[in-house]
Structure formats: C-alpha cells, structure tokens
Design a protein around this ligand. Sequence first.
Ligand SMILES: Nc1nc2c(ncn2[C@@H]2O[C@H](COP(=O)(O)OP(=O)(O)OP(=O)(O)O)[C@@H](O)[C@H]2O)c(=O)[nH]1
Ligand SMILES: [Mg+2]
Length: 444
Amino acid sequence: MMPIARQPLPQPNPSAASLAPSQQQSPPPHGDNYRKKILVMGLSRSGKTSIHKVVFEHVPPNKSFFLEPTTRLVKRDVDTSLVAFQLWECPEGYNLEKEGLSLAEFSTLLFVMDIQDNYHYPILELVKLIEMAYQENSKINIEIFVHKAEALSGEYKNENFRQIQQRLVDELLDISGDFEDFPLNFYLTSVFDQSIFDALSRVVMRLVDQLPTVENLLELLCTNSGIQKAFLFDMRTLLYIATNNSLVDSETHELCCDYVKLLMQFSDLYKNLKYEPTPNDPAPPSKPPQSPSGASRTVSFDSVTFSPLSPILPPSHGLPSADNTGTSSGPSSTAGSSSDGAGKWWASSSAPLTRHSTLAYWQMDEHVCLVALARSSTYEQSRSLIEYNVTIFRQGLQQVIARELERRVPEKPPATPMPSRVHSGATEVRVGAGTGAGKASKLR
Ligand SMILES: Nc1nc2c(ncn2[C@@H]2O[C@H](COP(=O)(O)OP(=O)(O)OP(=O)(O)O)[C@@H](O)[C@H]2O)c(=O)[nH]1
Ligand SMILES: [Mg+2]
C-alpha cells in the first residue's frame, strides 16, 4: 500500500485570486433572492412535513405521527453557512401552472414517495413534473426520496426501490428518448435513521456555489494530514455541507454525526464562561511542523483569500486540554480548544473509536465544525501537523463563508408563521436561527 504523504499546508497567500466566478461576478442580490428554492412535492401522507420537522426543527421522529395534513403551500427558510434556501412544501395535487409558478424559479425539485404505497399514481405525477422540468428548466436538480424505507426489510426494500427507478425510467423513455440523459437522483430515506440526513445533505450540497472550492480545501487537508474521511457539518441542521472525495458510508456518517450531537449536548454547560488567556494556553501554530516523511510538496491554496477572523471561543473550559504536542499516548478522549492564529479560540475534541481509528472534532466557526476519522497511529504521530493543517484549513473556510454571508443582505427576523409575500394561500415559516439548532452555536 502507498504510504500517505503527510505535509504541512502552506500559509495562505493573502494576495491570491479569490473565489469561484459565480461569486466574483454576481452583484449582491436584493431581498431574499439569494435563497435557492426547493420545491417539495409528493402525495399526501408521503412524509414531506415530517422530513422538515425532524431535520430542521429537531422534532423526534415518533412525534411526526400526529402531524396535520398540509392544505396550502408552505414556505420555510433554512440558513446554513454556505447556502441559504427555501423549501416550498406543496399539498397533493397542487397545480403549479394554475398558481402561476414555473419550475424555472426553482433550483431543485424534491419529490417524496412512500415506499409502501402503490407507486403507480406517484410515478405518473412525477413523470408530469419531469416533463415540465425538461421544458422549463433542464438544469433543475431532480431528487427523489423513496421514503419510509425503514418500514420494509432488506431485500424487499431494495427490490421495491429498484422497481420504482425502473418504472419511472421506462415511463419517461416511452415519452421520449431525450430523457435517457436526464439526471435523476434517487435516495432511500426514513426519518427514523440517518438516511434522511445523508440524503438531504447531498441535496443541499448541490446548491452550494462554492462547493468545488471547499471540497478542494478539504481534500488537500485530508491528503496532507493522513485523514481518511472528513465531514464539514452545519451544526444548526446536522447536515454535512462538504466531504472529501472518498465514498460516504452510512456507518461512518452516523458515527461522525453522533459525535457532533454528543458534543453539542455539553454546549450549554459552557455558554456563560468568558475567555481569559492564561500563560498555559496552547500557542497557535505559527510555523509548519516538520513533516514526518521529511518530504516537501507544494500545495496551492490560491483559490481563496484570507482576512482577520471574528468569533471568540474560550479555551479549555475546565475540560482536559487537547495535547497539541504530538506526544499523547494511549486511547483516551480529549477535549479542549485551539487558537486560529488570530487570537480566537475554537473547541476541539478527539476520541478513539477502536485501537485503530480515532474521531476528531474541530469547531470552524459558530455554526460549522469539521469531523475527521483517521488511523489512531497517524493521529498520535502527526498530531501537531494535523492541528497546524486544520488551522490553515479553518482560515480558508472562514474566508469562503465570509464571502457567502456578504452576499446576503440583512433581513428582519420574521415572526412565524407569516403570510406569503408571493402567492395567496401560502404560509412562510423561518427555521434555523430560532430552533433547537441554535444550541450548536453555544459550543464555545
Ligand atoms: N414509517 C415511517 N413513517 C413516516 C416517515 N416519515 C413520515 N412518516 C409518517 O407519515 C405520515 C404522514 O407524514 P406527513 O409528514 O404529514 O406527510 P405529508 O407528505 O406532509 O402529508 P400532507 O401534508 O398531507 O401532504 C405521518 O404519520 C408520519 O409519522 C418515515 O420515515 N417512516
Ligand atoms: Mg405535510
């Protein structure tokens, strides 16, 4: 097996060229036009509202049994650090044309169908929508959640999933061969497990304009630090907003997600602590540590620029401080904080899963954290290097986030629910800042 090259990432180049063209060129949008719109459709009782409640409002899945049917168009805003979007949940039979809506307004069509239902009717509905999308907005992302998947057992579930995909493709090809290359994304989902978070993460990631930049940074971090898998989580929603190139397996995703949830449970304990620097605080890495392999390879960080950073995190909060020296031994968990080099402190933590693998967590800003899985031996031996690389990565990421936030004009916090500004009979609800997700920001 090829040894993994572990290198310090170079210091960012402040004069380097900046972000992806879409952000450089587009003028700041007005109102909430910057929000990407996701149209959520599907038959009644397929699970559309439950998905929203469980993921974005942190309602326990079993509380979704008693949800009232949605009888009008409902719009809900969701903010993550890298993309802001609006979910439009339509009741069954909602006629877009009659309401004067075009699919050209939407970035994504999300269709939810119950895996246990007779899928003849939902497939006919979906075919009509895809035909419409083909004419009005062929760039729209079509995401199909085959939902309530936990209700069926393994083989039967997979067979139903396969049949639904086949049937839909057959129906489309009967209409026109042009649909052969029309991209459709299918997911097996359930609010009772991690699958809904995984699926929605992928749906939302496609809306992030700066995804290539962030993925590139993450890939550089992983390859140069010997990290096997890394996720950037939005702590308000627990969706991952970027991951490195290696495949996402559901077990690793669940482990990483559970680790973030666990750490968030402690956040309230420390929310009133004020940071006062002490001489014993670990110093921020200012120079690249020696690479274990001794080799040097240039990695360019030219795709982002860097500027002073803002939020402050108190250091160790009385928890055992993270060993930043690379000399720690033995499989014990650590929690603490590290400086970003600009006098700001962010939470960090690590926990060995087995003798061979370690999970590590670093807060990136108030709402974003990085969770990485690495071999324990790599993590122990290259700890200083990894901490240094994470610091550099954080600077790059914060710059990308700052650019994204600059594009959004300040909004007055709307009350919930409030009347629609666009179409009669619609309700608009804002989630994110005021929900239980807000807790995440207190992990400082
Ligand atoms: N078994 C199972 N039931 C689910 C799941 N998601 C939602 N449900 C149940 O499905 C039922 C309908 O859920 P809703 O979220 O109200 O469905 P909806 O699509 O919003 O329905 P309308 O508002 O009438 O269009 C509820 O009893 C939910 O508890 C799931 O993943 N698994
Ligand atoms: Mg509903």
